[in-house]
Design a protein around this ligand. Structure first.
Ligand code: 5CA
Length: 161
């Protein structure tokens, strides 16, 4: 692990530092591209990985950020009920354009544009969780409470049974 963060990870670290709390972006030589990779690199349960999924309104293309527990598949119908429109998974190029980050490293914060955010209530069972920090080799540790504070997100039961 090097002390110097890559550009995208630095952007996330700067955002987190400005939040006033002590978050520490960590870069790994091993992959954190998927929730399973991230859990293995960190040494935590897959469920403790807060994965950032981006969906778009089928009609208007408005984006919604869903931060889900790494072990869950999300039920987009449950999310649609809350946001009030039908969702589809956003295309990778649109995600890059609107967040400023590429798939595999999308952080829950520091996006180019503010995003409506939904949080998976299954993350609340863990004292500590980990989220991507802008690249497929970086993550930072946080708590469910700080996730809510940082994103102003809304907790929801969104697990696909
Ligand atoms: N860094 C890890 C752990 S935080 C990570 O980003 N995992 S993830 O699950 O949040 O990111 C991968 C997600 O990106 C997938 O679950 C999937 O929803 C989405 N994704 C993967 N490939 C594509 C694609 N081609 N187009 C749109 N979304 C994609």
């Amino acid at each position: 692990m090097s002390n110097e963060l890559s550009n995208s990870a630095s952007r996330v670290q700067e955002f987190l530092s400005k939040s006033g709390k002590d978050f520490d972006v960590r870069e790994f030589s091993s992959s954190t591209r998927t929730a399973a990779d991230a859990a293995e690199s960190v040494g935590c349960e897959v469920g403790q990985i807060a994965k950032s999924l981006i969906f778009q309104d089928k009609k208007t293309d408005e984006l919604v950020l869903v931060i889900a527990s790494g072990s869950n598949r999300v039920d987009t119908k449950k999310i649609s009920k809350t946001v009030g429109f039908k969702l589809k998974q956003a295309k990778a190029d649109l995600v890059k354009e609107k967040t400023g980050f590429a798939i595999g490293g999308i952080p829950p914060v520091a996006h180019s544009e503010p995003l409506q955010t939904i949080l998976d209530e299954d993350l609340q069972q863990y004292a500590e969780i980990w989220a991507a920090a802008g690249t497929p080799h970086s993550v930072f540790q946080l708590t469910p409470t700080s996730l809510e504070e940082l994103t102003s997100g809304e907790w929801l039961d969104l697990r696909q049974e």
